[in-house]
Design a protein around this ligand. Structure first.
Ligand code: PLP
Length: 355
């Protein structure tokens, strides 16, 4: 038997979640966000399943080229635009939609060969202070791009910093509304949190990421309550069982000490598979269909699970790390991170199968 770890990708769940985007934003076109290898789910696999989308959004130029080569003819947006002039030529050859978020990218566009033209997303910094033109500079850029010979379609874009928490989106919407006022320009604004919580952000194009993959963008609302289904399920199995006596410790640094005799299952999954090393003792895990907790340090190839309440567990008993039956959001919360990080970190050595 091979090492028992695998990731199962449920394509029907992916399609279901895409349907939830349509349900929430029925009038918007959808850029399905498939950056970072589709949040760890596999670029081409996810793209194939999301073929109902109006476009894909990602960061990696080579991935965009691969999608064009695979026959995708709808919009393909580069969320950070291009990084140097030579990439602009590649973007032109493949008819990519480019974000322009800084003056350097504007200058690259000025230097583009005559005859080429792009769909451009002009990124406005409405308060997140990561990418984009300040509101004042955005108005100048907007005017320039509206009549730029290398621009065939101009869309205004921004990104919300707090759509998932109590601050909401109004403070950023006010800024983008001012830049869009009186203009016949399309707008592309909403991430998953804004799609789910703020219909006023839907505008012309939405950019769902995490909700497509069945996880929640909110710390306080589980994915299940949002009607989302997990797409990636990471499973493995018990490969050894240890009987600890009171006072014995387990794993590197012996951070967990048994206070009474107990059984511990050693699971074939570690941080080299993408499981977070900082997940503490007590992180939820499912063994033989029953919820239990991890114990001690996560090591490179293994972690330990408490079998005290699961007497039937033995070598070969299946384990779910996250996915169906245990949401990645919950595991992430226990480890002090977000599901995005767990999904993206799935290691190349983990075999992936489709269901
Ligand atoms: C990643 C990303 C998204 C998707 O965000 P989710 O929270 O996963 O929905 C949308 N827009 C931009 C610019 C992004 O970088």
């Amino acid at each position: 038997m091979p090492r028992p770890i695998k990731a199962t990708i449920d394509l029907s769940a992916l399609q279901h979640n895409f349907g939830m985007v349509r349900r929430h934003a029925p009038r918007a076109s959808v850029f399905a966000v498939i950056k970072a290898n589709a949040y760890g789910h596999g670029l081409l696999r996810a793209a194939r399943s999301l073929a109902g989308a109006d476009g894909y959004a990602l960061l990696e130029l080579d991935a965009a080229v691969r999608l064009r080569d695979a026959g995708w003819t709808k919009r393909l947006a580069l969320l950070e635009g291009v990084f140097e002039a030579s990439e602009l030529r590649v973007a032109a050859e493949h008819d990519l939609t480019i974000v322009i978020h800084n003056p350097e990218q504007l200058r690259m566009l000025d230097g583009a060969r005559s005859g080429v033209s792009f769909d451009v997303l002009l990124k406005v910094n409405t308060g997140m202070n990561r990418l984009g033109f300040t509101p004042r500079a955005a108005i100048d850029a907007r005017e320039k791009l509206k009549k730029h010979p290398a621009v065939k379609q101009l869309t205004l874009m921004t990104h919300f910093a707090t759509a998932d928490d109590a601050r909401g989106v109004a403070w950023q919407m006010k800024v983008i509304d001012e830049i869009a006022a009186g203009q016949q320009l399309q707008r592309c604004l909403a991430n998953s949190a804004a799609i789910l919580r703020y219909p006023e952000t839907h505008a012309d194009w939405v950019r769902p990421g995490i909700m497509l993959y069945g996880c929640t963008p909110f710390a306080d609302v589980p994915a299940r309550e949002l009607g989302l289904k997990p797409v990636m399920t990471l499973t493995s199995a018990i490969i050894a069982v240890q009987e600890l006596q009171a006072g014995e410790r387990i794993g590197y640094a012996g951070t967990f000490e048994a206070t009474q005799p107990m059984r511990v299952g050693v699971v074939a999954c570690g941080y080299a598979d993408g499981y977070p090393r900082h997940a503490p003792t007590g992180t939820p895990i499912v063994v033989g269909g029953q919820r239990t907790r991890t114990l001690g340090r996560v090591s490179m190839d293994m972690l330990c699970a408490d079998l005290s309440a699961i007497p039937a567990a033995r070598v070969g008993t299946p384990v779910t790390l996250w996915g169906e039956g245990l949401s990645a959001d919950e595991v992430a919360a226990a480890a002090g991170t977000v599901s995005y990080e767990l999904l993206c970190a799935l290691a190349p050595r983990v075999p992936v199968i489709e269901a």
